[in-house]
Design a protein. Structure first.
Length: 223
């Protein structure tokens, strides 16, 4: 078992629970990305697992001590760590957005390419081959501006919230899966919200075998 301190930058929808992730905090600086995963087949983190001993629940920018059983990388998701069962996570502090400069992806490093576009998105997925050739699946970026907009998906009969921005000169439109910010910006179909200096935690999901693609997701939005 190993204990790590993590500042959380992603707390996202995931089948079976949540996908949470952050960057290790060590000796006053930032270490590697860490994505806690459960022992269950879906690897999702349950609400109980991200609830502290006092009954409060994990929030974005919390600094948390977590006990892990082992590093368990899977293809491009090299950041995966298997949590220790039945041990409460311990909040030890909170970070502020301006303290995260050292955690940002360099502005000249692209977000996995070559990329493809879905019907609604733009450069929001890659092939399984591209994903599996990568050795990372998490990034924190700070585009100069971005736009959050709401659309309706008739196939799922639900609203979707998307984030549009430019990165390394390439336009992106990626689905937002941060539940707190989804609720905040899901103000009605056709609505849009312009943001400046937002921090986006981008996650490259598992490869969907049926289509051999992996989606890019905005798993955390910090404004």
């Amino acid at each position: 078992m190993v204990t790590k301190s993590i500042v959380f930058l992603a707390n996202s929808f995931r089948p079976g629970g949540s996908c949470v992730a952050g960057i290790e905090v060590s000796n006053g600086g930032f270490g590697p990305w860490i994505r806690p995963i459960s022992h269950r087949p879906d690897q999702a983190i349950s609400d109980d697992e991200k609830t502290y001993a006092d009954g409060t629940r994990l929030s974005m920018l919390d600094i948390v001590e977590i006990d892990f059983d082992a590093h368990q990388p899977e293809h491009h998701q090299t950041e995966n760590w298997l949590i220790t069962n039945n041990v409460r996570w311990r909040k030890v502090g909170e970070a502020l957005p301006h303290q995260l400069g050292g955690a940002l992806l360099p502005p000249n490093r692209p977000l996995w390419r070559p990329a493809q576009s879905t019907y609604t998105g733009r450069n929001d997925q890659v092939t399984g081959q591209v994903a599996h050739a990568s050795n990372w699946s998490l990034a924190l970026i700070n585009p100069a501006t971005c736009v959050v907009d709401v659309s309706f998906n008739p196939f799922s009969d639900n609203n979707e919230v998307w984030v549009s921005f430019a990165w390394t000169g390439t336009p992106h439109k990626i689905k937002l899966t941060d539940p707190v910010q989804f609720a905040r910006y899901n103000t009605g179909v056709g609505q849009s919200h312009a943001l400046e200096n937002a921090l986006l935690c981008i996650s490259l999901a598992h490869v969907w075998a049926q289509r051999n693609t992996a989606s890019k997701l905005v798993a955390g939005l910090i404004v």
